[in-house]
Design a binder for this molecule. Structure first.
Ligand code: ARG
Length: 401
């Protein structure tokens, strides 16, 4: 069973596994919302020499089982990256393992290189789900450059031609390696390897430059129920559709282009470029609503755990007991995270400008500086005295008078 994307590496991997191992290769591709022609993708796998090719319709499953808990966790790796690729790998592994059982396969293969994170995610996830399966990593083993890989493919009559493709077979200019799904789009390689060079215009697909965005601001209201976004401007949508809607809207305002240097699991720093408009807007809105309805201590503790959650997902530990435990904590906190968040869209920006919730902890009579104030001002005096007492004690002991 080969996890197949239709890109350069997995296409050549089909031919290579047949030739080097004399294996019957069955390709498994997953639709996780990347778009494209999956029938063409299946044909491409067969043209490459696979004996069978399976396309899994996984978009709703991806949204419900992977994005929903990740949004509850507001997970952003290194405070910025919403884990696009890191989230689809566990789903793909789940389906690889299922297909292996169906077809009676004893080995599973992925097309990841030896320098990336995805090899870690595939192998750790596969080990957690099916420790008995043998895992092959042909691309890591052959050690060819992208150009050499392409030449090998052409020499062996594989459909690699002179263009590479995105996950579902959409031709793109050759040098980039692209991974895309409902949560966003990741672009690497080519000119992006110079971290000082601005990403060329041709890397962007899901977003417009802010200069092409509408100049009149727009508002949108996102409704959450128990931590899950359920409606946009009052229109209820299934999660996957809602994410797509918000992504397209924010992307049309030039929101969501992320350019960063990130720390890979294998210890190298790499320059990565992402289009993640929907993910960033939803996380921002969700976080804002949490600030309104969650108790201060729960909120502080949760914020600390969110960074940990992002790290563990990034590092391939999706199927770990820690992720389950953190999900249980998050689920408990989400019961009160229901309400509306108003987002203002302007060229290049999406900002939360309003929020309301039935379970809001905002109490106007406590917060106001106007008439109607019920806050006990006198109580503040004693509180502040005791709050500052340890520092006063410290200062005296150190001889400050
Ligand atoms: N650096 C990102 C991550 O590790 C994106 C990886 C994208 N994969 C790819 N084959 N282009 O999650």
């Amino acid at each position: 069973m080969l996890a197949y994307s239709g890109g350069l590496d997995t296409t050549v991997a089909v031919g290579w596994l047949r030739e080097a191992l004399d294996a019957d290769v069955i390709c498994v591709a997953a639709d996780v919302g990347q778009g494209g022609d999956f029938e063409a993708l299946r044909e491409r796998a067969l043209m490459s020499g696979a004996v069978e090719a399976v396309v899994v319709d996984g978009t709703d499953e991806f949204a419900e089982d992977y994005l929903r808990p990740t949004l509850a966790a507001n997970a952003l790796y290194q405070g910025r990256y919403p884990l696009v690729s890191a989230l689809s790998r566990p789903l793909i592994c789940h389906h690889l393992v299922q297909a292996a059982a169906e077809f009676g396969a004893g080995s599973v293969a992925h097309g990841c290189t030896g320098k990336g994170n995805d090899q870690v995610r595939f192998e750790v996830s596969l080990g957690a789900l099916a420790p008995h399966l043998k895992v092959l990593a042909p691309v890591r083993g052959w050690g060819m450059t992208r150009e050499e890989t392409q030449a090998w493919g052409i020499a062996h009559g594989l459909p690699v031609a002179t263009t590479s493709t995105t996950g579902a077979g959409v031709p793109v200019k050759a040098p980039y390696s692209i991974d895309e799904n409902l949560w966003g789009r990741a672009i690497e390689c080519g000119q992006l390897e110079d971290p000082m060079a601005e990403a060329p215009d041709d890397v962007w697909e899901r977003t417009v430059p802010p200069s092409k965005a509408p100049t009149d601001p727009a508002y949108c209201v996102l409704t959450f129920e128990a931590g899950v976004p359920v409606a946009v401007d009052g229109e209820r949508l299934p999660l996957a559709q809602l994410i797509r809607r918000v992504d397209a809207l924010a992307g049309s305002f030039g929101v969501g282009r992320l350019d960063m240097v990130e720390d890979r699991v294998v210890g190298i720093k790499s320059r990565e470029v992402y289009e993640v408009a929907g993910a960033l807007v939803l996380i921002d809105a969700h976080r804002d609503l949490e600030a309104l309805v969650l108790d201060r201590d729960v909120l502080r503790t949760k914020r600390g755990l969110e960074a940990r959650y992002a790290e563990l997902v990034y590092e391939g530990q999706w199927f770990s007991p820690l992720r389950e435990a953190l999900d249980a904590f998050n689920a408990n906190t989400q019961q009160y995270v229901s309400g509306d968040v108003r987002v203002k869209l302007e060229p290049g920006s999406a900002r939360v400008v309003g929020r309301s919730a039935p379970g809001s902890l905002y109490d106007l009579s406590l917060a106001t500086y106007d008439i109607g104030d019920t806050f006990e001002h006198g109580a503040a005096e004693g509180f502040v005295k005791l709050w500052g007492l340890p520092l006063k004690t410290w200062a005296r002991a150190r001889g400050r008078s």
